[in-house]
Design a protein around this ligand. Sequence first.
Ligand code: SAH
Length: 352
Amino acid sequence: MDCFETLIGRLAAERNLSDSELAFLIENDSAAEPLFAAADRVRRSIYGDEVYLRGLIEFTNYCKNNCYYCGIRAGNPNAVRYRLSQEEILACCEEGYSLGFRTFVLQGGEDPFFTDDRLCNVISAIRKRFSDCAITLSVGEKPKESYQAYFQAGANRYLLRHETADDAHYKKLHPGSMSPENRKRCLFNLKAIGFQVGSGFMVGSPGQTTENLVCDLRFLQQLRPDMIGIGPYLNHAQTPFAGSPDGSLWQTLRLISLLRLMFPYALIPATTALGTISPEGRELGLKAGANVVMPNLSPVGVRKLYDLYENKICTGEEAAQCRDCLARRVLKAGYRVVTAVGDVKKEPEKNH
Ligand code: SAH
C-alpha cells in the first residue's frame, strides 16, 4: 500500500510518472482506492462538488465508416437507420433547455446527408434560439474548412475520441480507409480553430495492451484537451469483434483517476458505457474523478437505434426522467448537478 501511496502522491504533485509506473497503476487492482481518493481531492479542489450536464442528441445513425467495434458501422446491414430533422433536433434542445441543460451535444455517425451547409443551418438555428448555451459537435473526421464553418456557425466544442493512440492497434480496430494520422490531425485542427476539444479512448478494446493505454495517456499529454471521455469497450454481436470480452469496469475507473491526476482541470464524463457495464458505473466514475454526466435528450423512438454496443442503458425513458435519474445518482455519489454552461476551468498561468 505504501508503494501505491508514494506513487500516487508523486503523480498528484508532478502530474506525471514513468511509463512503467503508469502501467503498474493501470494494471493493479489494489491501486483503486488510493487512486480514487487522490483524484477526488483534486477534482474537489478545482470543481468542488459540481457536476455539469450535457444533453446528448444522437441525431443520425447513418455512417460511412466501418469501425470494427461499432454497431452502427456502415457494414452492419441489420442496423435500422434514422436521422432527425432540423425541427426534431430543435425540439430536443427546447425540451433540454426547459430541463436545465445549457450544453447540447450533437452526436452522430459520419452521415453524408449532413453536408456542411445542412449542419451549419442546424448549428446556427440552435445558436440563434439558445444564445446562452454551448453547442458541442461529435460528428467525426472532417476537413479543416468544415470545422471552421461549424465554428463560425456557432459551435464551440468538439468531441473526437482518438480511440487508441497506438498506430498498430488503431489499424486493428479500423479498416485501411481510416488512419490514426488523420484522426490526430483533426484534433489539432479543431484546437487551432478555437474549439474546446475533447478526446479519449476505449478501455479494453480487442487486442489492447497496457502499453497501448500508456500511449493514450502520452498522446493526451501532447494534445492537452479540455475534455477527456473514456469508457469500457462493449461487445456488439453484429461486428467483426462479436464475442470479444468487454473492457473492465475497474480498469476504466482507475484510468479516470489517472486522468484526473494528470489533467486536473479536464472535464471528464462518467459515460453511458460505464453505466452500461455496471448499474453503479456512473456513480463510481464520479467518485473516481469524473465531473460531467450526459443524459440522453434524443427522442425515445430512436434511442434504441443508436446502437453502438449491446444493452445500452437509458433507451426507454423520456428526457425528463433521464435527467432526474442522473441528478439523483449524482447526489447519491456525493455531488450536485448544476445548471451551467460548464466550460473548462483554466489553470492560473503562474503554476504551469
Ligand atoms: N462518429 C463520431 C461519434 C462516434 S460514437 C466520431 O467518430 O467521433 C462515440 C464513441 O462511442 C466513439 O468515439 C467510441 O469511442 C465509442 N464506441 C463506439 N463503439 C463502441 C463499443 N462497441 N464499445 C464502447 N464504446 C464504443
